[in-house]
Design a protein around this ligand. Structure first.
Ligand code: ATP
Ligand code: MG
Length: 437
């Protein structure tokens, strides 16, 4: 039996995790400047939470759920997205209480699970970085959060990215729009794709973002949702546009953009790459305002809590950086490599590695007892700054040879002194190496 990973999953090897850590660290630094705090919620929840939170008619719930009964007969699902769990945690832990600064700004990263047809940029286990802001209806929150999303990408100098925005208005105005859209689509019913036929009366807005070419041609002439906004939503959307312009952030309005999840109102947005190597699945980040979700999950006893959030697909971001040949930093940054000659050297190397590491240095050593030339080659390949060499003589004298691989200069150091007063002896060694012996 040969085991293989399940379809739609991936092994991230060290060459990959080097990139992932880099991207995650950069993102966390940006999130800090926007004062978002990390939240970690469980990887699985009651199925019902997602059905409620994500929407019963969404693709995620109807087709893509990884759900199962546990041994206690609970119906459970691996989380397909981050928002529902964070909202549940917000309610359960009463983060709306007076001791919490408003709005509450949270971020999360981690794996999500969807039963999808795997392809480039689409997996069954994938990773999202997402944020949620709770408690502000201010359009400045929409803008700050969208700008944060753009800032996460800005540091990589990705040129082919566009911010696409739209407004879904309020629940009430959407009802009017829904009627108008159905009236517009009905005469084209026979030409619509099967999916869209099915959606026409259940969720006609989803016909607008159909991936079917025939549907796309039809909806080009559809009425614009922006013509149906009520006064409050219209003013909200105007304010959002103004504040984006204040920051000189370019955006495109796509009145046919709706989101797959059911819970959004007013501002929604996507960050899409136009990189020619990308092809399909070009949406890297998507989100918007969902003022009704906290009540949907938490019930009437929770104070009215408007919210705004997004989710970013990390696989897609890293794929884009790879397509751009982004110069990720070197993987190994090694302070010292210890060469051993003869088995006698093992004990001494063991001790030296321990001391160097306890003084904060990154150290690798020889374990395989290979020829010295091979070891030096390895040290070079690992980009080691210093090489310490132990042979029979060094074990007797307790003085070890050190070479700086960058300059080629050599020096000697007494281990007795090094172990007794590391900081001073090490500093002297570095100085000696600068001059060379
Ligand atoms: P799509 O239309 O591509 O299926 P979606 O609307 O289902 O996307 P969201 O639920 O909004 O996606 O998730 C936010 C982001 O997470 C997406 O923009 C994408 O970058 C990423 N994402 C979603 N599903 C997957 C997946 N199966 N594999 C990898 N990344 C994904
Ligand atoms: Mg999807």
């Amino acid at each position: 039996m040969v085991y293989q990973k399940l379809k739609g999953t991936a092994d991230l090897l060290p060459i990959d995790t080097n990139k992932w850590q880099f991207v995650e660290e950069k993102a966390k630094a940006v999130l800090h400047t926007y004062q978002f705090k990390e939240i970690r919620t469980p990887m699985f929840e009651q199925l019902e939470l997602f059905a409620r939170g994500v929407g019963e008619t969404s693709d995620i719930v109807t087709k893509e759920m990884y759900d199962f009964k546990d041994k206690g007969d609970r119906h459970i699902a691996l989380r397909p997205e981050g928002t529902a769990g964070v909202v549940r945690a917000y309610v359960e832990n009463k983060l709306y209480g007076p001791e919490h600064h408003k709005p509450v700004k949270l971020f999360y990263t981690g794996p999500m699970f969807r039963y999808e047809r795997p392809q480039s940029g689409r997996q069954r286990q994938f990773h999202q970085l997402g944020v949620e802001v709770f408690g502000s209806r201010n359009p400045a929150t929409d803008v700050e959060t969208m700008v944060l999303a753009m800032d996460l990408f800005k540091q990589y100098e990705i040129s082919d990215l566009k911010l696409v925005i739209n407004s879904l208005g309020s629940k009430e105005s959407r009802k009017e729009y829904r009627k108008a859209l159905i009236a517009f689509l009905e005469p084209h019913f026979d030409q619509l794709s099967r999916d869209s036929k099915e959606r026409l009366y259940k969720n006609p807005l989803r016909v607008l973002d159909s991936k079917d070419k025939g549907d796309q041609a039809i909806v080009k002439g559809a009425p614009s949702i922006l013509d149906y906004l009520d006064e409050e939503s219209r003013r909200h959307f105007e304010a959002v546009k103004e504040m984006l312009s204040d920051l000189n952030i370019p955006y495109i309005i796509d009145t046919n953009m709706v989101r797959g999840l059911d819970y959004y109102n007013d501002t929604i947005f996507e960050v899409i790459t136009t990189n020619p190597k990308f092809g399909a699945n070009a949406t890297i980040c998507a989100g918007g305002r969902y003022d009704g979700l906290v009540e949907e999950v938490g019930g009437k006893s929770v104070p009215d809590t408007p919210a705004f959030g997004f989710g970013c697909g990390l696989e897609r971001l890293i794929l884009l950086l790879d397509h751009m040949d982004y110069p990720f930093p070197e993987m190994s940054q090694l302070d010292a490599f210890i060469v051993t000659i003869g088995e006698q050297a093992d004990r001494a190397a063991n001790r030296l590695a321990y001391h160097l590491r306890h003084n904060g240095l990154a150290v690798e050593r020889e374990f395989m007892n290979r020829k010295p030339a091979k070891q030096f080659k390895t040290a070079d390949k690992m980009n080691a700054r210093l090489v310490f060499t132990f042979g029979d003589a060094e074990i007797v004298t307790n003085v070890v040879k050190v070479k700086n691989l960058t300059t080629g200069k050599q020096a000697e150091v007494s281990l007795e002194k090094l172990y007794a007063d590391f900081t001073r002896t090490y500093k002297e060694l570095i100085l000696k190496l600068e001059k060379g012996e």
